[in-house]
Write a protein that binds this ligand. Structure first.
Ligand SMILES: Nc1nc2c(ncn2[C@@H]2O[C@H](COP(=O)(O)OP(=O)(O)OP(=O)(O)O)[C@@H](O)[C@H]2O)c(=O)[nH]1
Ligand SMILES: C[S@@+](CC[C@H](N)C(=O)[O-])C[C@H]1O[C@@H](n2cnc3c(N)ncnc32)[C@H](O)[C@@H]1O
Ligand code: SF4
Ligand code: SF4
Length: 325
């Protein structure tokens, strides 16, 4: 069957549903691969980046996202690299808001967040996921090669005060920051926000880390159960995390991609800053959208639909910051 015939059988008004009945509802949009930190599990200190002239333009984002919204995508999360390093961030946000994305959100390391809170509010972004791997300045610097823990904490406090829904993401590494689980829970609780503990995923640069740094969500839960009564809370089927609340009101989630992969209900696609659309974080292959006309893009979407694996690969060597974390 030709691709054109597939197009006729699946008109653009139809939702993107793959052969495992997973409907694509969420797009993670990377707008740069650059970063102002160098987290040990994400990129080397001498990381190389794509030339900025390879980035999709504001107009290209608007066109592609509008097409995907018409195909049922409801949520777009801006990410990177560090998305707030892209100088056209406000223009990109304005274009996506104009397209009518129902749910626009951001994942950031928080370093530049304070000065962008106004523009985020202006364009309807309410949900911010902020990465914070340690509350200790020495450990923060060891993990991120950055010195500005207080800047990140200041941005978190400001975002919460200004009414954003903030979630903290902490990648937990045995012998590095796993002694901080309780202090992170207490910190998040004091702000009335959720903290999620991430298993270290075997992707990109993290594949070079000693395996002894891996700690499972089950082991983290055992540690926390010595301090809290964890009550499960229901989550959407396609959520990345499973969550608990405690009697004292702490909100705690776990993202256990290694020990409990959540591919069965995955609803996510990723678009890299240079316009490669991927069906899965753990799959090298994708389809380059740049330069395609409208019809070829529709064909590309159908092609990507067939590229999501039923279950993730054990590891993948392409870097998360290059495809969109
Ligand atoms: N394996 C896998 N891991 C993912 C995927 N999406 C997110 N993650 C992991 O979950 C972490 C947190 O993702 P976030 O950027 O906070 O976004 P999210 O959890 O998808 O978003 P919300 O549910 O809207 O808060 C990422 O850093 C990854 O480690 C995915 O599609 N596959
Ligand atoms: C790649 S970053 C991009 C957005 C932004 N720079 C940030 O750090 O929030 C997105 C998320 O991916 C997570 N991440 C990166 N590499 C990871 C790995 N090997 N295992 C688990 N999470 C990882 C980071 O902790 C961060 O929360
Ligand atoms: S995890 Fe985010 S902040 Fe850390 S190096 Fe990667 S892109 Fe930068
Ligand atoms: S590994 Fe791939 S299929 Fe599994 S949840 Fe992540 S993106 Fe989805």
């Amino acid at each position: 069957m030709s691709r054109r015939m597939v197009m006729v059988a699946s008109p653009p008004s139809q939702h993107l549903v793959d052969t495992h009945q997973r409907r694509i509802r969420k797009l993670r949009l990377s707008i740069t691969d650059r970063c102002n930190l160098r987290c040990t599990y994400c990129m080397p200190t001498d990381a190389t980046f794509m030339p900025p002239q390879h980035y999709l333009t504001v107009a290209e984002y608007a066109t592609i996202v509008a097409e995907l919204v018409a195909l049922g995508v409801e949520a777009v999360r801006l990410t990177g690299g560090e998305p707030l390093l892209r100088s056209e961030f406000p223009e990109i946000l304005a274009a996506l808001a104009a397209v009518g994305v129902p749910d626009l959100s951001l994942t950031t390391n928080g370093l530049r967040l304070s000065s962008y809170l106004g523009v985020l509010a202006e364009y309807g972004v309410r949900r911010l996921n902020i990465s914070l791997d340690s509350l200790d300045s020495h450990t923060f610097a060891t993990i991120t090669h950055g010195q500005q823990l207080e800047v990140v904490k200041g941005a978190i406090a400001r975002a919460v005060n200004e009414g954003f829904q903030v979630k903290l993401n902490m990648v937990v590494m045995q012998g590095v920051n796993d002694h901080e689980l309780v202090s992170m829970v207490e910190y998040a609780k004091s702000l009335g926000i959720e903290v999620r503990f991430l298993e270290l995923m075997r992707i990109g640069y993290a594949c070079h880390l000693p395996h002894s740094q891996f700690i499972s969500a089950a082991a983290m839960i055992r540690q926390l159960q010595g301090h809290y009564d964890l009550q499960p809370v229901p989550r959407p089927q396609d959520a990345t995390s499973f969550n608990f609340v405690t009697a004292c009101g702490a909100q705690i989630g776990f993202i256990a991609s290694e020990s409990q992969p959540f591919c069965h209900h995955c609803s996510r696609w990723r678009l890299s800053a240079d316009g490669v659309l991927r069906a899965c974080l753990f799959k090298e292959a994708g389809v380059a959208l740049r330069g395609l006309d409208a019809q070829a893009r529709q064909e590309a979407y159908q092609q990507v639909l067939g590229m999501k694996p039923a279950i993730r690969a054990a590891e993948v060597h392409h870097a998360m910051y290059q495809i969109g974390g």
